[in-house]
Ligand binder design. Structure first.
Ligand code: BJW
Length: 228
């Protein structure tokens, strides 16, 4: 990686699979157990907020029971020792990158441990005092919802992401099916901006042909090998 200075890493559910977190589209994944329209759209939340809260409460609890795996740890090591620019853009709402020790992490689809006020847009840590309390501590309205990005909503910090993609010499995608936009389009964007592109995934993702190189296998093996 001698000619590389600026790196963007995109991670998806596959990086957390070996920690014991369900992915979305694999066999037995979350979308086989729940209807996307019911639990991952603003319309689903308006129809049945209790169902959606139960879905995210269960996932929040599951994440608290698991630990980062060697793939998260390898990225945290890269984060510590890389003196060029690095941005770990994760689609995941878990906090396993941070718990492994990474700090240059951007959660484009939000975070399980955060609550969003649908009225005033304030974001609050989803800590004990908030449980079972629908009122926003900022504006007092009963409008708290999970701070996650549902279909039809704008992912977080897109400007910062595209800025990093524009400057990237290398773009690495880890554990994502490439089925959901805009993240699925980053490889094409990065490539057009001049980056070398690498896919690390159990199987080829939907946009695999966009990558200069694609390696298949478990993230816990491929990511430490790539980081070195
Ligand atoms: C392993 C492994 C191991 C397993 N090791 N690998 C047509 C064209 C373009 C866009 C659209 C379109 N029609 C509709 C849209 C828009 C829509 C969209 O993309 N829909 C698609 C279905 C087509 N997108 C949106 O609405 C987004 N917003 C938007 O577009 O705003 C407008 C905009 C325009 C222009 C610029 C910017 C914005 C919002 C998308 C929100 C997605 N939300 C979810 C839920 C978040 C909260 C939650 O977690 O509950 O995000 S959906 C779900 O999918 C979640 C994930 O982050 C996301 C991606 O899934 P991921 O991570 O890839 O998981 P899987 O399960 O799909 O794949 C896992 C992979 O890991 C597999 O490949 C396995 O093989 C692999 N694997 N074990 C290595 N051990």
């Amino acid at each position: 990686m001698s000619d590389i200075r600026n790196i963007v890493v995109l991670t998806g559910a596959g990086i957390s699979a070996e920690s014991g977190i369900d992915t979305f589209r694999d066999s037995g994944g979350l979308w086989e157990q729940h209807r996307v329209e019911d639990v991952a759209t603003p319309e689903g939340f308006s129809r049945d907020p209790d169902l959606v809260h139960r879905f995210y409460d269960a996932r929040r609890e599951a994440v608290q029971q698991v630990e980062p795996n060697p793939a998260h740890e390898a990225l945290a090591l890269l984060d510590k020792r890389w003196d060029g620019d690095l941005l770990i853009v994760t689609q995941n709402v878990d906090d396993l990158h941070e718990r492994a020790g990474a700090s240059r992490v951007l959660h484009m689809h939000g975070e399980l441990l955060s609550a969003l006020c649908a009225r005033c847009d304030a974001r609050h840590r989803w800590s004990e005092p908030l449980f079972g309390r629908p009122e926003c501590p900022g504006c007092g309205e009963a409008a708290l919802r999970p701070d996650v990005v549902w279909f039809g909503e704008m992912p977080y910090e897109m400007e910062r992401i595209y800025d990093a993609l524009r400057r990237a010499d290398m773009f690495v995608s880890i554990g994502t099916s490439g089925a959901v936009y805009p993240a699925a389009g980053f490889v094409r964007d990065a490539r057009e901006f001049g980056a070398r592109t690498l896919e690390l995934n159990l199987e080829r993702g939907e946009g695999s042909y966009w990558f200069h190189e694609s390696r298949q296998g478990r993230a816990s093996k491929l990511v430490p090998e790539w980081v070195g």
